[in-house]
Write a protein of this length. Structure first.
Length: 407
């Protein structure tokens, strides 16, 4: 008997007991559907996190004043970062592509009768390189504007839409708090971060201009809120973080063993943590779903044992007319595998449908990977082989005479 003959006989046996077969494979259907759904949603979430971290900028290190706690209350650290610190980093730390000191704050924007609130970033030219911002229309800030504090501004997409609708904002005048400025460029959209922050609700002005808008300390006129550092490659991130910490400890005169008054964070760690959490959750739910596959496999074995009992006379007749024991083994093994593959196919369709349905309802990203579908089919076939072998072997070892006498 060939495999094709075995499949034909298996399909005929399944059609003869369609309802029983459907109930038998229900565990396989539920297990495969659950695995497909959770892996698709987990992969979509991981892909979205990767895209969002990439939109912030690759190989980034953020240097900020530290946080101190008094009685459980977090307050700003006593470190004051300056433009000189940023210059020292690019000068003394190897493997650095760009360093961008910034001043930040929330501002009110007015253009004609329209107004908007936004996050303002006072930047240098390297900020565009470090954060990988690009211009959609107009131009970027020039070196002379950054050096002299020109009253020019770059607008994010959200701000431009709220102030000017669908009109081109380049060349228009706006007021930032009480400071007039001319729009020289419109930034390309970056969307939301994984924390739900709209990256396009932003305006950028030269660093000296931001001090006039946000106010500045007479004691520390060159103070900055953040220093954004872009490493030349991902392999340099760990070393660069330690080099920056050592440099700032020297500049801020922190004694050996003392507490750092600043924070140096590698943004790749956020991606790794988010990816690891997503993978752990996906594996946990998939492990729970695999229990359903196990139950489904046991159901397949039980129903195949019942089938062997019901068809004992048929088996005896086939053996009596010359069928080999290997043919009987193959017949029942193919039937078990066919049942599992049918259940797996139904589960795959149901899982993909559920993944997209839940994704649309919950606004959750979904990514169905072909290798997961192939894996599900192979697992279904493996379950059929594993749990179908004993009933098939039992059928093959029946004594023809005793089988023909079976009532």
């Amino acid at each position: 008997m060939t495999i094709i003959d075995g499949i034909r006989m298996a399909l005929a046996a399944i059609r003869a007991n369609a309802m029983r077969s459907l109930l038998t494979v229900l565990g396989i259907v539920i297990g495969v559907a659950a695995v497909i759904t959770m892996v698709a949603m987990g992969s979509g979430a991981r892909d979205q996190v990767q895209q969002q971290v990439s939109s912030i900028g690759a190989n980034l290190i953020m240097v900020t004043p530290g946080v101190r706690r008094f009685g459980g209350v977090a307050v700003s650290g006593n470190a004051i970062l300056s433009e000189e610190d940023a210059a020292a980093i690019i000068r003394e730390v190897p493997g650095i592509a760009a360093v961008a000191p910034t001043r930040s704050g929330n501002v009110q924007l007015v253009a004609g009768n329209a107004n908007s609130t936004s996050r303002l970033e006072g930047i240098t030219e390297d900020y565009m390189v470090a954060r990988e911002w690009t211009i959609e229309s107009g131009r970027s800030l020039s070196s002379s504007e950054v050096r002299t504090g020109g009253q020019v501004v770059l607008l994010g997409q959200t701000v431009a839409r709220e102030l000017f609708g669908e009109s081109d904002p380049v060349g228009q005048s706006i007021r930032i708090n009480r400071t007039p400025a001319t729009v020289v460029g419109l930034l390309k959209s970056k969307g939301q971060t994984s924390f739900g922050q709209d990256q396009d609700r932003i305006v950028m002005v030269p660093l000296p201009t931001s001090r006039r808008i946000l106010g500045n300390s007479r004691i520390q006129p060159r103070r900055v809120d953040t220093i954004t550092v872009k490493a030349e490659s991902g392999g340099r991130l760990g070393t660069a973080v330690e080099d920056i910490k050592d440099l700032l400890r020297q500049r801020l005169r922190i004694p050996p063993g003392g507490t750092d008054t600043f924070e140096v964070r590698n943004l790749t760690e956020f991606l790794s943590a988010a990816t690891e959490a997503t993978q752990t959750m996906t594996m946990l739910v998939s492990a729970v779903a695999s229990v359903s596959l196990l139950v489904g496999g046991i159901g397949i074995m039980n129903i195949m044992l019942v089938s062997v009992t019901e068809r004992t006379r048929e088996i005896g007749l086939r053996l009596a007319v010359g069928a080999r024991r290997g043919d009987i083994l193959l017949q029942f093994l193919v039937e078990a595998v066919t049942l599992c593959i049918i259940g797996g196919a139904i589960g795959i369709g149901l899982g993909i449908g559920l993944a997209y349905l839940i994704g649309n309802l919950a606004q959750w990203p979904v990514l169905v990977q072909p290798n997961v579908i192939v894996m599900s089919v192979l697992i279904s076939a493996a379950i059929g082989v594993f749990f179908g072998f004993w009933p098939a072997r039992r059928a093959a070892r029946l004594d023809p005479i005793e089988a023909l006498r079976f009532e």
